[in-house]
Design a protein around this ligand. Structure first.
Ligand code: FMN
Length: 186
């Protein structure tokens, strides 16, 4: 697929079929993620693949409670609160796979490194006919000792990008973008 087509066509997908994503495909997405640039070529990203639906259900419940208990006031608080309080809201949208991108260790650019890997992974998923979505609602909980313990992650790993992947039920409609603020110098 042409790179511009992938960049323009990728959408956050929030409805998935029950079809599984096979190991080889998941591996190809991770291979694309590791090709992202990283500061001082440190390549700090690690990848945890969760396909256990019971664990994803538990993670969704715990992450929602954690968000509700710790969420600071922000312009979206009311909207977030009503979604998180809804027992039927599944933060992973029942996707068949969660790929959690974490940084192995500290460093000034680990978040940037993992975010770049995440975008590569999401574009590669689109190129493979799959949908994906970054799930920020999971982020705080997977960084708690309880979240790391549930996933068997070492305490020093920092979770940056929880990305769900699966076969989309339908193509989501385009999402509008703001005009870029441009500041030309020279
Ligand atoms: C850091 C980050 C966190 C996000 N968290 C969530 C989330 O928790 N739940 C969700 O449904 N979408 C989440 N999204 C997806 C965005 O809502 C989505 O990318 C945005 O609305 C633009 O739509 P598009 O990806 O289809 O272009 C997140 C995206 C990013 C980059």
């Amino acid at each position: 697929m042409d790179i511009n087509e992938a960049i323009a066509g990728r959408r956050a997908v929030r409805e998935y079929t029950v079809q599984a994503v096979d190991d080889r495909t998941i591996r190809r997405l991770i291979d694309a993620a590791v090709l992202a640039p990283s500061a001082v070529n440190q390549q700090p990203c690690t990848f945890t693949v969760v396909r256990d639906q019971n664990m994803l259900n538990r993670l969704s419940r715990e992450a929602k409670s954690h968000m509700l208990a710790t969420m600071a006031a922000n312009p979206h608080s009311d909207h977030f609160k009503s979604r998180l309080e809804n027992p039927d809201f599944h933060i992973f949208y029942h996707a068949p796979v969660l790929i959690l991108i974490t940084a192995n260790g500290a460093g000034p650019w680990i978040v940037e490194d993992c975010a770049l890997a995440a975008e590569n992974l999401m574009l590669a998923a689109y190129g493979a006919g799959l949908g994906s979505c970054w799930i920020g609602f999971a982020q705080a909980y997977v960084n708690t000792p309880e979240g790391k313990n549930m996933l068997g992650l070492p305490a020093e790993w920092v979770s940056v990008a929880p990305i769900i992947v699966g076969h989309p039920k339908a193509a989501p409609p385009p999402v509008t973008r703001k005009e870029p603020v441009l500041h030309w110098i020279g």
